[in-house]
Structure formats: C-alpha cells, structure tokens
Design a protein around this ligand. Structure first.
Ligand code: NDP
Length: 239
C-alpha cells in the first residue's frame, strides 16, 4: 500500500528531490511551501499534491490539516533556511532580536509546530525526519543554533513517539549545491572552501540527502531513532 508522505518546503532544492523520489516509488506525497508556483509546478508529477502553507504559522498549520489524509506515514520537516540570507542585518538590538527569532522560528519552531499539529495522524511504524545542518556543529550564529536546537528537541520527540513505533531522526547536510539555500550570497571563494573541507572533494547534491532520508523512512531503520545522520562528504565527523 502506498504511504502518505508530507515534505515541508518541498517545492525546491532538497525537499523537491525528496518528494520526487518518494513519488517515483509510488508513494502519495504532499508538498508545501509559502510560494504557490514551485509546489504547483511539482504537483504536475504523478503522486504529488501541493498545499500552500507557512510552517511557522499555527493557523496555517491548522488549515493544512484539512488538506491532508487522515494518516501520515512519513513526515519530512525540511522547510527552513538561514533567514539572514534574505535580510540586511541591522546594527541595533531590535533588529538583532528580530533576525535571531526569525531563524529559530524558521528552523526549530516550524518543525516542532508541524510535528505537534500532525501528532494524532502520525501512523504507527512511521517516521519523522527533520533536516538539520552541519551548522549545528560548526556555528553559523542563530541559524546554527536553530539547527542545534532541532537536534536536541528531537531527542525528546523520539522518546515520545517511540512507544508508537514511530522513529524521529535528523539528517544534517553539509554544503548542498543546486538549491535556493544560499540565495546569491555564496562567493566562489566560500564555495571553494566548503568543497575543500570535504573528504570527497565535491559539493553534496539533493540526491545525496534523499538517500539518507529514504533509509530512515524505510523498514531497515526501525530501530534507528533519536539520531543525527550527517551527509557532508566528511566535512564534519563525529569522531
Ligand atoms: P531551498 O531554499 O531550496 O529550500 C527551502 C524550502 O523551504 C523552499 O522551498 C521554501 O519555499 C521552503 N520554506 C522555507 N521556509 C518555509 C516556511 N516557513 N514554510 C513553508 N515552507 C518554507 O534550500 P535547501 O533545499 O537547501 O534547504 C532545505 C533544508 O536543508 C533547509 O532546512 C536548510 O536549512 C537545510 N540545509 C541546506 C543546506 C545546503 O547547503 N543547501 C545545508 C544544510 C542544511 P518558500 O520560500 O516558497 O516557502
């Protein structure tokens, strides 16, 4: 039987590749995003449906429930990014507070609210996978802090969901090319550094991240929970 899969922020980059993978496997996929255009384009694919939703907004999440099936087998909390790439950082304390809060909202609160909203629909034996970041271990200010918070919060989530046979894990990518993540902020020099940091000598691709998510959502990973799975070409190691 086809599984019902929700990929948040599924219109571009990593989320798009994840949605396409599961749809190609014959699963029923819902993708969300704040902009209609990218998700509606993807919804032309068999097995993909699009719903506009801002995952930081509790009211929007409540409306999203009306559009979702009664059972969700796999939830991929992918929506997020570094909001500082979209704004000129202000020098004053009020701007600093606004931007810091925005990153926590975009990456941590969005995933927590989405998981909470869907709690009653998460199917026994299912999987929740959040997209974290190498930044959680290497810095990157409020963005890294938001992804570190996500990984820590996930530990308690894994315990809450474990009794229902549902796993909860984080996939933490390193530098992944061919997404909208960096906007126009990635210089050639910085890109070269990010690649030089890897053992593989190349940027990651959205498909590299898909493999890790597909594994965590598969029957092979039913005793893997509360973990962070790094997909970074060796740019950060846990030993
Ligand atoms: P993209 O910017 O291409 O994808 C992010 C997607 O999330 C967009 O489609 C965006 O669509 C959506 N989104 C953002 N905020 C919200 C929101 N509040 N509600 C709903 N949708 C939202 O970049 P990536 O594919 O690279 O990013 C995917 C995830 O991977 C992010 O969580 C990012 O932090 C993480 N990551 C990326 C890395 C990289 O190098 N690319 C490295 C490590 C982690 P819209 O604007 O229409 O809402």
């Amino acid at each position: 039987m086809a599984r019902n899969i929700l990929v948040t922020g599924g219109g571009t980059g990593i989320g798009r590749a994840v949605a396409l993978h599961f749809a190609e496997q014959g699963e029923q996929v819902v993708v969300t995003g704040r902009r209609a255009a990218p998700i509606e384009e993807l919804a032309a694919e068999d097995g993909v449906r699009a719903v506009v939703c801002d995952h930081t907004d509790p009211a929007a999440l409540t409306r999203l429930l009306d559009e979702l099936p009664p059972r969700i087998d796999v939830l991929v909390n992918n929506a997020g990014g570094n909001v500082l790439f979209d704004t000129e950082a202000g020098a004053d304390l009020a701007s600093y507070a606004r931007d810091f809060r925005a990153n926590i909202e975009a990456n941590l609160i969005s995933a927590a609210l989405t998981t909470k909203a869907l709690d009653a629909r998460l199917a026994e034996g299912g999987a929740v996978v959040h997209i974290g970041s190498i930044a959680a271990d290497q810095g990157a200010g409020s963005y890294g802090a938001s992804k570190a918070g996500l990984a820590t919060w996930n530990i308690s989530l894994a315990h809450e969901l474990g009794a229902r046979g549902i796993t909860a894990n984080v996939v933490a990518p390193g530098y992944i090319a061919d997404t909208e993540f960096f906007r126009d902020r990635l210089t050639d020099e910085r890109r070269g550094q990010l690649i030089a940091n890897t053992a593989t000598g190349r940027p990651g691709s959205p498909e590299d991240v898909v493999g890790a998510i597909a594994f965590l959502a598969s029957p092979a990973a039913r005793h893997v929970t509360g973990q962070v799975l790094h997909v970074n070409g060796g740019a950060h190691t846990t030993r």
